[in-house]
Design a binder for this molecule. Sequence first.
Ligand SMILES: [Zn+2]
Length: 71
Amino acid sequence: MECYSCKGKLHKGKTSYTITRKGYHLIVDHVPAWVCEQCGEVLLEEAQVKAIQQLIEKTDVSVSALVSVPV
Ligand SMILES: [Zn+2]
């Protein structure tokens, strides 16, 4: 497997994934990922991408419920 931006070597590692959405920000630590040893580009596998998408969907619902509470 090689880096799509610099063609460097990718190795298995961990990353912190930052999610920025309208109304909230999430940082998930220790996400398994492929990391380029040349440019530091991070590539997630499909399973991790799907898990993060599910997390965003659930959090979107929770956050909109939270902020729509009348004060
Ligand atoms: Zn690279």
